[in-house]
Design a protein around this ligand. Structure first.
Ligand SMILES: Nc1ncnc2c1ncn2[C@@H]1O[C@H](COP(=O)(O)OP(=O)(O)O)[C@@H](O)[C@H]1O
Ligand SMILES: [Mg+2]
Length: 353
């Protein structure tokens, strides 16, 4: 994982450079109830050809982060601070027109809910073809051929006839696949997949994951993969970012984070998720309490009200001071490195099996 500091004008010409670099991102929504600080000081990098997995409970800011990267927020009610640099271009200050050029072409998103991306008023075929014609200058015929090819690739039967259907004529699973086909039409260099396969059966899921790997192989695309499925993460991702209440709490290679997690929240998360290849009926241990309100989040470490280990930290550091996430392999927690290691080995590892 590389870091692009603000003082560097250009990344070094040799060695890997970040394709997407997010720096101290803050996203706040004005609502009737007050300001919702959905993302609060988030930084991460992703290189070309790499996959970054993002995990975290529902409401931790995963979708907001990624919608913001693609400029899909409401510009009137959303306040954005920080930097989002995609292939050298700053996106937080980009115009809607510039973002339209990027979306669906250089960067694309697979949404959790296909109806977010598909319009009910146009045929599936038209919705796949138009961006391809617009961004690639393709003819109608070329775009149609490409769309049919992509529909076939995501496992839609009779793609030639299905091309002329409207989204409501598709089943839920087929809509999901059509939306995935749409996101892949222009071979995006950055693909954001937000719980892309949750609603699909295992065979189709495997097919889709293969497609994403192909895209990456062929075009060196960077992929951000948001999922609750640790099996998928372990298979697909190189690096892993764990988010809690709008912040990153842990980061490292997937192997490091899954085999030796360092943050109490990650410990809780792993204990509450089905084990890799394990029996899904096994009793899981939920994290006590609920995620905090982002209207009025806890001070200090946002996880401290739910943390079983805060008494191990001297004073009231956990409730007063935000623990920062260091570069590289790191956890944002006031426990010392030794404490993290011994708690993990004595209390957590035995339960993870
Ligand atoms: N447009 C919005 N206005 C107000 N609050 C929002 C808006 N979009 C998301 N939020 C809030 O931001 C937080 C993070 O949401 P989200 O990124 O969707 O979480 P997740 O990690 O489950 O994808 C949640 O508390 C959500 O309710
Ligand atoms: Mg989400």
């Amino acid at each position: 994982m590389t870091t692009l500091t603000k003082t560097e004008d250009k990344p070094a010409p040799t060695g890997p450079e970040a394709f997407l670099s997010v720096r101290d991102l803050r996203v706040a929504f004005s609502t009737e109830d007050g300001v919702v600080r959905a993302v609060d000081g988030l930084s991460f990098d992703i290189e070309r050809g790499k996959t970054l997995g993002i995990v975290g409970e529902s409401g931790s800011g995963k979708s907001v982060t990624n919608l913001t990267v693609l400029g899909l927020h409401n510009r009137k009610t959303t306040d954005i601070q920080g930097e989002i640099i995609l292939d050298g271009q700053e996106l937080t200050t980009a115009s809607e027109k510039e973002m339209e050029k990027i979306r669906g072409n250089k960067a694309a998103m697979i949404f959790q809910d296909p109806l977010t991306a598909l319009s009910p008023y146009y045929t599936v075929g038209r919705q796949l073809s138009e961006p391809f014609m617009k961004h690639r200058g393709a003819s109608k015929k070329e775009a149609k051929d490409r769309a049919i090819e992509m529909l076939a690739k995501v496992g839609i039967p009779q793609p030639q006839t299905r091309f002329d259907d409207y989204p409501h004529q598709f089943s839920g699973g087929m809509r999901q696949r059509a939306m995935i086909a749409m996101s892949l039409m222009c071979d995006p260099e950055l693909l954001i997949a937000d719980e892309p396969t949750t609603a699909l059966d295992v065979t189709v899921q495997a097919q889709i994951l293969d497609l994403l790997r192909d895209l990456q192989q062929e075009f060196g695309s960077a992929i951000i993969f948001i999922t609750h499925d640790l099996g998928v993460i372990a298979n697909m991702a190189d690096d892993l970012l764990v988010m809690y209440a709008g912040r990153a709490v842990e980061r490292g290679s997937v192997r490091e984070v899954l085999s030796e997690p360092k943050h109490p929240y990650t410990w809780g998360l792993l204990s509450s998720m089905p084990r890799l290849g394990g029996d899904t009926s096994e009793a899981l241990v939920p994290i006590p309490g609920t995620p905090p309100s982002l209207l009025n989040p806890p001070t200090g470490c946002r996880f401290h009200p739910r943390c079983r280990f805060r008494d191990e930290v001297p004073g009231d550091l956990c409730s007063t001071e935000r623990p920062l996430l260091a570069d590289g392999r790191a956890a944002a927690c006031h426990l010392t490195g030794e404490q993290k290691q011994s708690i993990f080995i004595d209390q957590i590892k035995p339960r993870l099996g």
